[in-house]
Design a protein around this ligand. Structure first.
Ligand SMILES: [Zn+2]
Length: 178
């Protein structure tokens, strides 16, 4: 299969703030999309990628926690518990990361590319990936998980750095909630 990498959308791009829709048929098109997403994630490189990060508003993410790529179609987090602090970054917010508090244990349900039901209970690193990617699919970026103090620091940092991409001005306002 010929696959290719796709440009990753960065903050300020409205596709990142729009919730995705469920996939009705897990067919060859979905498999091809997943392949491109895996290649895009590996080239970035990153540990997870949600479909809307490449501009496809479908409920699907890929991830690789170090044991090879996985695909989850129509993922839903059905339960979380505990609390865990982890320094989190995002391919759509390049060059920045923050220590973010989220639940630790995660129970995820979804489907693989063969249509088999997935039912995964995990925690820490993998649990964090699942929460981050499901957030993306709900139209939520990690900057919305920052504390007020972290937002203030980000604001200072970004002003100093003076982004030079055309969408950055909008993205900056969005990031800082101005
Ligand atoms: Zn991300």
């Amino acid at each position: 299969m010929v696959v290719s990498t796709l440009p990753i959308r960065t903050y300020g791009d409205p596709v990142l703030n729009m919730p995705t829709t469920e996939i009705e048929n897990i067919d060859a098109k979905v498999a091809a999309l997943a392949e491109s997403m895996i290649e895009t994630m590996q080239e970035a490189p990153g540990v997870g990628l949600a479909a809307n990060q490449i501009g496809v508003q479908k409920r699907l993410f890929v991830y690789d926690k170090g044991d090879g790529p996985h695909v989850v179609v129509n993922p839903v987090i059905v339960e979380t518990s505990g609390e865990w602090v982890y320094e989190e970054g995002c391919l759509s917010v390049p060059g920045l990361s923050w220590e973010i508090v989220r639940p630790n244990a995660v129970h995820l349900k979804g489907y693989d590319l063969d249509g088999n039901e997935l039912d995964i209970e995990t925690d820490e690193y993998e649990g964090r990936i699942f929460q981050h990617e499901c957030d993306h699919l709900d139209g939520v970026l990690l900057v919305e998980r920052l504390t007020d103090e972290q937002k203030k620091e980000a604001k200072k940092y970004l002003r100093k750095r003076r982004f030079n991409l055309s969408h950055d001005e909008d993205g900056l306002h969005q990031l800082l909630g101005e």
